[in-house]
Design a protein around this ligand. Structure first.
Ligand SMILES: [Zn+2]
Length: 277
């Protein structure tokens, strides 16, 4: 199955495909095992920073090896902004590219997204565009996190018509990271867009959003939900707790196993949310 077929399948079943970020291959393997046990599919994603840390060569080889072993995972570039990285990701066989042109002018965002769409389409790579600005950051520090700018439905409609993206990231009330206040999603923004054009949506900053809001988003046409912060917290806490209890254990396999076990639990929960049962 190709990612584009995933979107239509998810939409038909009123479900969403989870996208989980990873910074090391043990986490990607953990995610892959859980998603396989759940008989579902997911995206494993890296931001440019997470990608540079691991190197694109190792990420691609690692995820291709997982796919070869039958794990139902697709490789996604999350918030791609640097053209060099995007080009490399396309050439090296990423399954999905998210081009984040949200900090560009509206016209430049259309122009560059369109160029990437033209490259991705013949290769069957799913291309996600972004309109509006999804603020926050997937960390616990809240200094200087960018503010969200809600998506203007009219701009979104024009953007989709002109670029022909496969899937659209909108800013409709969620932010990256964990919000102090419960996030209420403004799905009426998605409804406005859907009245004029058929396009599947992406919810960024899925961490911390309560199940009823996730359900509301799926019902409004969201087919991909990104999770990062809660996985980071689980990984960090698992490692911290293990090291506090086992101060003499320096064996990386033991420490990483403890961290990955916590991540697995979060992945399981998020898959259940996305299955929308
Ligand atoms: Zn995001």
């Amino acid at each position: 199955m190709k990612p584009k077929e995933l979107w239509s399948m998810a939409k038909k079943n009123k479900q969403a495909i989870p996208s989980f970020n990873f910074s090391s291959l043990d986490v990607a393997l953990t995610i892959s095992r859980i998603v396989q046990n759940s008989s579902y599919q997911c995206l494993v994603s890296t931001s440019e920073r997470e990608l540079n840390f691991q190197t694109i060569e190792i990420v691609v080889a690692g995820i291709k090896a997982l796919q070869k072993q039958g794990y139902p995972v697709f490789l996604n570039l999350d918030h791609g902004k640097i053209m060099d990285t995007i080009q490399k990701a396309i050439q090296m066989g990423f399954d999905c590219i998210h081009f984040d042109g949200s900090s560009l002018s509206f016209e430049d965002n259309i122009h560059i997204t369109k160029q990437i769409v033209e490259q991705c389409k013949p290769l069957n790579i799913s291309i996600e565009g972004e309109i509006g600005k999804i603020g926050g950051s997937s960390t616990l520090q809240d200094e200087s996190t960018p503010e969200s700018i809600l998506t203007d439905p009219n701009e979104a409609i024009r953007f989709v018509k002109e670029t022909s993206v496969d899937i659209l990231a909108c800013s409709f009330g969620s932010g990256h990271g964990l919000s102090k206040e419960p996030e209420i999603l403004k799905t009426e923004i998605l409804d406005e867009i859907s009245k004029q054009i058929e396009i599947p949506f992406v919810l960024h900053g899925g961490s911390g959003i309560v199940p009823s809001e996730i359900k509301k988003a799926i019902d409004a046409g969201v087919v991909k939900i990104n999770f990062n912060t809660e996985l980071r917290i689980a990984w960090h806490d698992g490692m911290r707790d293990y090291c506090q209890l086992n101060t003499q254990d320096i064996v990386p396999v033991n420490i990483l196993t403890a961290a990955d076990e916590r991540v697995a639990k979060v992945v399981e929960d998020k898959i259940m949310l996305c299955l929308n049962r």
